[in-house]
Design a protein around this ligand. Structure first.
Ligand code: 3HC
Length: 290
């Protein structure tokens, strides 16, 4: 099962990154968004990133141009029907994802493999909604997709081994190291990372140390490229809260998953991190100010 034609549904930060690395790897990519304005915004992000890679000689200008030429935008799901693989990267809302997969299940050719980039929802429920649970996996990429070298391949209870293998080969084709994970909350990375980020917020909330010192601690003490609070800002406080909320609903008795008051308050105040320009830190584009 060689994957040549890829559909990406959702062209936000993660979707645009996934579409870009697939196109850089030589796949034909159809990117779906709900309207032209969002498509244009996503393509702007991709073109900016390609330009940066060309500027840094990570891509030649010909490779940059051919990458852009392999990407097509659409607002019609029907255009995804002939894809070999479709990766869902829409809002983290389980009902919306199930609805999308039910629709794609009706539209797409029988062989199409479906994948979700969900950070935390069970693959199994979406797989059932698609009507083809044997051809369904999780493909979880990391932010920024263009630079991070990992993809988690999540095997649902009914995923066919050949489909898991095809997804793993696709991950390697786009330059990532694939790891296999079962369909458990947070898979491998988020199951460890989200509690770390959350505990850092709790430490700041209790006043155990300043958020800056917590970050310096983990950057210099453990060699993390970004301390947990900076990474929380980078990933998004709202994204992290929504992962925690989902787990809290499923495991209400586990205190590890009970969202901190400070995190909830900051999200309510619109302090979402890098995406809103302010979280714990102030941000200018991809960089912390000052
Ligand atoms: N496309 C192209 N180039 C990019 C880019 C992109 N999207 N993003 C950054 N770059 C460029 C930068 O512009 C920079 O170029 P420059 O040297 O010309 O300024 C270069 O790449 C390196 O960037 P930085 O200077 O910011 O250098 P760093 O060495 O600090 O690397 C980083 C940045 C890779 C983001 C690093 O800080 C890092 O690894 N941070 C941790 C990220 C992480 O943990 N991600 C996982 C989050 S969890 C997740 O995604 C799961 C989800 O489900 C929640």
């Amino acid at each position: 099962m060689d994957i040549q034609k890829v559909g990406v549904v959702g062209c936000g930060l993660m979707g645009s990154g996934i579409a870009q690395v697939a196109a850089m790897a030589g796949c034909q990519v159809v990117v779906h968004e709900v309207n032209d304005a969002l498509l244009q915004k996503g393509f702007g992000r991709i073109h900016g990133s390609v330009a940066k890679l060309v500027e840094k000689a990570k891509l030649t200008s010909e490779q940059g141009e051919s990458t852009k030429a392999r990407l097509k935008g659409t607002t019609s799901l029907a255009d995804l029907a002939p894809c070999d693989l479709i990766i869902e990267v829409i809002v983290e809302n389980l009902d919306a994802k199930k609805k999308l997969f039910a629709e794609l299940g009706k539209l797409c050719k029988q062989e199409t493999i479906f994948a979700s980039n969900t950070s935390s929802f069970p693959i199994g429920e979406m797989a059932e909604a698609s009507g083809r649970p044997d051809r369904f996996v999780g493909l979880h990429f990391f932010n920024p997709v263009q630079l991070m070298k990992l993809v988690e391949v999540i095997q649902g209870a009914k995923s066919a081994p050949a489909v898991v293998e095809a997804a793993r080969a696709f991950g390697a084709k786009v330059g990532k190291t694939p790891i296999l994970a079962k369909d458990t909350p947070g898979f491998v990375v988020n199951r460890l990372l989200v509690p770390l980020l959350h505990e850092a917020v709790r430490m700041a909330e209790r006043g155990d140390a300043t958020f800056r010192d917590i970050d310096i601690g983990m950057e210099l003490g453990c060699g993390h490229p970004m301390g947990p609070i900076k990474l929380l800002d980078y990933v998004g406080l709202d994204t992290t809260l929504s992962i925690l909320d989902g787990w809290h609903q499923r495991y209400p008795k586990d205190p590890l998953f009970t969202p901190s008051e400070l995190l909830k308050r900051m999200v309510k105040e619109g302090k979402l991190g890098r995406k809103s320009g302010k979280g714990f830190y102030e941000w200018e584009g991809d960089k912390v100010k000052g």
